[in-house]
Ligand binder design. Structure first.
Ligand SMILES: Nc1ncnc2c1ncn2[C@@H]1O[C@H](COP(=O)(O)OP(=O)(O)O)[C@@H](O)[C@H]1O
Ligand SMILES: [Mg+2]
Length: 280
């Protein structure tokens, strides 16, 4: 079956960074962020692209930046194309602010092993994927290589000061509340998400991407079950397919059948439509 995907870009501009999914160009005081149709699973970029994925994620991110701009200003200057944004190039704070409404992933692992979670007192007896009494912030370092490391409150305050740390914490909780409520009303659980901040002319801005499935765990509400591994709203077909092979999760990744790609593409569009209430 034939379908169009954008896998690579080669604009005649200096590269700022090529990530797993986005190609970012450096325009001096600004950046041009192009969301391609690349997809990664188990941290490996797959050989296939997913039609409309770049556009769906970029438009979703832009939607959330708009929805939250009365809480915190952001880096967006212009939406140049459905998959491209022009943004302010900031001095990024090198911390990943992870906001969690549910106990899952690395935080579940720590909890299960009785290790501290950003010095927070979580009640005993919580189960995997259980909703937390209150959303929590678990900041990590942004490692250039290797794994991100958990940061304590003190680590964060040492790096950015008490005032900025406080402002960021409050902002994170407010935007998470806004997005997760909207999502849950539309059958999608935002289990957790990661946001980043930067400074532009002394002003604190929300940067990078916002409440997309590349930066968040989205779960379909109808399949949610405490104590279990959860379904991914959009990557489940890809994961199921890859798990059905005897691939060792090291690059290069095997290619996906058309059926899996097209089902996945539909889920990305559905996520956009359900979260924004708009037609794609
Ligand atoms: N407005 C901005 N100013 C400065 N840096 C930014 C801005 N928006 C995003 N970035 C940075 O661009 C990088 C994007 O890389 P990304 O596509 O996420 O790659 P990866 O696959 O490593 O996650 C991140 O380091 C992010 O902090
Ligand atoms: Mg990233």
């Amino acid at each position: 079956m034939a379908y169009d995907v954008l896998l690579e870009t080669n604009l005649p501009l200096p590269i700022f960074k090529k990530g797993k999914v986005r190609d970012i160009y450096d325009l001096d005081k600004r950046l041009l962020i192009v969301s391609t149709d690349r997809i990664s699973a188990f941290d490996v970029v797959l050989p296939n692209g997913v039609p409309h994925k770049g556009e769906a994620l970029n438009r979703l991110s832009v939607y959330w930046f708009n929805q939250t701009k009365n809480i915190i200003p952001n880096h967006i200057l212009d939406v140049v194309d459905p998959r491209i944004v022009l943004v302010k190039k900031t001095e990024p704070i090198k911390i990943e602010f992870v906001i969690r409404g549910y106990l899952y992933g690395s935080t579940w692992e720590r909890y299960r092993q009785g290790k501290p979670i950003s010095e927070m007192k979580l009640p005993p007896g919580l189960r995997k994927a259980e909703k937390l009494p209150e959303p929590i912030l678990t900041p990590t370092t942004k490692a250039e290589v290797g794994h991100d490391i958990e940061m304590t409150n003190d680590d964060v305050v040492k790096k950015i000061g008490k005032d900025v740390a406080g402002e960021i914490e409050e902002t994170c909780l407010r935007i998470y509340e806004k997005a997760s409520k909207r999502a849950e009303a539309n059958g999608i659980i935002v289990a957790d998400t990661k946001v980043e901040f930067g400074f532009y002319d002394e002003e604190l801005l929300l940067i990078d991407e916002l409440f997309t499935s590349d930066s968040s765990r989205f779960w379909p509400s109808e399949k949610y079950e405490i104590g279990k591994d959860q379904f991914s709203f959009d990557k489940q077909y890809v994961r199921d397919y890859l798990n059905s092979l005897d691939w060792n999760k090291q690059p290069p990744a095997p290619s996906l059948p058309d059926q899996v790609i097209l089902q996945t593409s539909k889920k990305y569009i559905e996520a956009y439509e359900r979260l924004t209430g708009r037609k794609f």
